[in-house]
Design a protein around this ligand. Structure first.
Ligand code: UDP
Length: 425
């Protein structure tokens, strides 16, 4: 990191002297002979993972840290999502080092977050990491950032700077990420728009690195592996070359009537386009699944599945003609694949996809979803993005993030910011 960021400096004779830290957070002395890191001297970096999307988006960072000779990566699974996290990590050849036993069936976000904070803080006391990495905007990410801050450990925020501009939507994610931004020492922005959001809030430019979104790396990795769907309907439809529409719906602000309308729109579309297979990947939340089920019941060209494993989901998405989703990560993946996405929300923090013509906000009115999807299904030539540019990254975000961690610990030079993102999967 730059001279003025260092708490400790090492002169050419290897004598350690105290320097100045902009963050006021202790950083271990730089080693006089960098490059030859023994296993014992590697710097412990804790990655806090609570949910499936965090596992997917932090896997490229964990993998890249694993390739850094200075780093010892320590993955903490908070227990917020449990099994889906373990499965997603396994898809990347990773395992959590620690599985916390947080009580996650708690009645409200506040009690869940406080329970996560207590558990994660306890693990930091035990493992004593030098750096904490959190991703995105979940309760686990906020708890990880708070626990790191309270313990005096610098916090790195992956996917920093996303803003809907509405504190109430998405809830509690917009509030969580704004709070994390206040606590983080280093902000890894997925796009230049996210960097602008941070600058507008007063974050110093020197504390932001534009890495690209690590989901693009994860998607590249998933598409490079061949995995069966483990689902006869999907295997048969894939082999036959039939058109797919993929539907996902899970956001808290859509629970209840809005998800009912998304399901009703899907049913109308399925009746209108009988040759097309509508694959509805229901979320693990049973309330969400039961709302989806009733309007879709009995339709031969609708396939309602449970959550699909990540490698198979990437394969499914790559085959889709149209995506209907309220998910953040799936919007980004669709953009990377050039699959047109209809976003069933009133606001999105992923504005880059809208501006590139890769996605469209349609809200949750049945008529709006049906009209927009009908246009895309009727005119497939209109689908796709602009100039093949993926606004979300180039597949190197994990390496930039790992190097940025090294930079903060004074073990690596600052990474280059993402310059252009011309690649598609
Ligand atoms: N995903 C998956 N299986 C599914 C649906 C989604 O592996 O059945 C992946 C998807 O590819 C993306 C992530 O889960 O990377 C998105 O998670 P989710 O929609 O739950 O959360 P969000 O991104 O909205 O926070």
């Amino acid at each position: 990191m730059g001279e003025d960021h260092r708490q400790w400096l090492v002169n050419t004779t290897g004598i350690v002297c105290i320097g100045v830290s902009l963050y006021g957070i202790p950083v271990r002395p730089r080693r006089a002979s960098q490059g030859a890191w023994s296993a014992a001297s590697r710097r412990a970096v804790s990655l806090v993972v609570g949910t499936r999307p965090e596992a997917i988006k932090l896997a490229p960072v964990a993998t890249a840290l694993g390739q850094c000779d200075w780093a010892r990566c320590h993955i903490i699974s908070t227990g917020q999502h449990g099994a889906p996290v373990a499965e997603a990590l396994r898809d990347f050849g990773l395992d959590a080092d620690v599985q916390l036993r947080t009580a996650c069936d708690l009645p409200c976000v506040g009690t869940l977050t406080s329970s996560l904070l207590r558990e994660v803080a306890g693990e930091f006391r035990r493992a004593r990491p030098e750096l904490v990495v959190v991703q995105g905007d979940t309760s686990s990410a906020l708890a990880g950032a708070m626990a790191g801050f309270f313990a005096g450990i610098p916090v790195v925020h992956v996917e920093a700077g996303l803003r809907s501009g509405d504190l109430a939507a998405p809830f509690p994610e917009e509030g969580n990420r704004r709070q994390i931004a206040q606590l983080a020492s280093l902000h890894l922005a997925p796009t230049w728009t996210a960097r602008d959001n941070l600058l507008a809030e007063g974050t110093a430019a020197s504390r932001i690195v534009v890495t690209g979104n690590t989901v693009v790396d994860a998607l590249h990795c998933a598409l490079g592996q061949s995995a069966p769907y483990n689902d006869q309907v999907l295997e048969a439809a894939d082999r036959s070359g039939r058109a797919f529409v993929v539907v996902t719906a899970h956001r808290r602000e859509n629970w209840g009537a809005p998800i009912g309308r998304i399901a009703a729109a899907t049913a109308t579309l399925a009746r209108t386009y009988p040759q097309t297979l509508f694959v509805v990947a229901a979320h693990m939340n049973p309330a969400v699944r039961s709302t989806l089920e009733q309007p879709l019941y009995g339709l031969a060209n609708v396939h309602l599945t449970g959550p699909v494993g990540y490698i198979a989901f990437a394969r499914l998405l790559a085959r889709a003609s149209v995506l209907i989703t309220d998910s953040g990560g799936v919007q980004e993946e669709a953009a990377a694949l050039g699959v047109p996405a209809l976003v069933t929300r009133d606001t999105t923090e992923r504005t880059e996809g809208l501006l590139a013509g890769l996605s469209r906000l349609v809200g949750t009115r049945e008529v709006d979803i049906v009209t927009a999807a009908g246009t895309l299904l009727g005119e497939p030539a209109a689908a796709g993005g602009v100039n093949g540019v993926n606004p979300y990254g180039d597949g190197r975000a994990g390496h930039r993030a790992a190097q940025a961690c090294g930079w903060l610990l004074d073990a690596a030079p600052r990474p280059q910011d993402l310059i252009v993102s011309p690649l598609r999967c």
